[in-house]
Design a protein around this ligand. Structure first.
Ligand SMILES: CC(C)(COP(=O)(O)OP(=O)(O)OC[C@H]1O[C@@H](n2cnc3c(N)ncnc32)[C@H](O)[C@@H]1OP(=O)(O)O)[C@@H](O)C(=O)NCCC(=O)NCCS
Length: 198
């Protein structure tokens, strides 16, 4: 996985590396999303989605503490990403995940998803699910790393663009296999914390 990201970041390494910015970003702090984060959250939301969630929707989501979990990722104090999950019985559904475009591809999304999936397992979830745009290859690649696979299509799910959604699911979240997968992702992220020079 991503051998280029394990190289020391020297001049030569950068010269050979087509995507030097995909070095994992250290110093990310995750915390529960609060009202005070919404200004930055909404700014990111507007940048990455054609039909952003409203402030009211975020407020309603973060108020439902028993069945939702929303996190923000902060870098040097600034909110650079956020994600949320909804819990219903044995299923946990990713409702939203987004990263400031200036920080894409630097593992912020993976950190958020590890935290949410860990919480989902702790809450007894067996099935993890989400919808993703057919055209969103980057997000699909991230979900595949987390063991999600495509189980269906929702035609015209995104009304603003009439784009289809892929339904992706990861089953057996409490299994040893799945926990090991998650641990491998955590280990990879910890390497990034030490500077990505593993
Ligand atoms: C999707 C999104 C949340 C991913 O967050 P991120 O911090 O950029 O992703 P990460 O750096 O953690 O990458 C995780 C994996 O996703 C894939 N990926 C992410 N960005 C990528 C890029 N620019 N090029 C290729 N693959 C990419 C890779 O598989 C990557 O694993 P790798 O680094 O081991 O190759 C982010 O790109 C985003 O906010 N996109 C806009 C909003 C959105 O589409 N949300 C999802 C809606 S379903």
């Amino acid at each position: 996985m991503g051998a280029h990201k394990r190289k020391p970041v020297g001049v030569m390494a950068l010269a050979r590396d087509p995507e030097p910015l995909r070095e994992a970003l250290g110093g990310i702090v995750l915390e529960k999303m609060r009202r005070r984060h919404l200004r930055r959250v909404l700014a990111i939301e507007a940048q990455v989605y054609p039909r952003p969630w409203s402030p009211t929707l975020f407020l309603s989501e973060i108020a439902q503490k028993n069945t939702r979990s929303y996190l923000v990722a902060r870098h040097q104090g600034q909110v650079v990403g956020y994600a949320g999950m909804m819990f219903t019985g044995r299923e946990a559904h990713v409702t939203n995940i987004a990263v400031d475009p200036a920080f894409h591809g630097r593992k912020v999304g993976s950190r958020l998803l590890v935290a949410l999936v860990t919480e989902a397992i702790a809450r007894g979830a067996e099935t993890l699910s989400l919808e993703v745009r057919v055209s969103n290859a980057n997000a699909q690649a991230m979900y595949a790393k987390f063991g999600f696979s495509v189980v269906g299509v929702r035609k015209g799910y995104y009304v603003e663009t009439n784009e289809d959604a892929l339904v992706m699911v990861a089953e057996g979240a409490s299994s040893t296999d799945y926990r090991l997968r998650l641990q491998r992702i955590r280990d990879e992220l910890a390497t990034g914390d030490r500077g990505g020079h593993g």
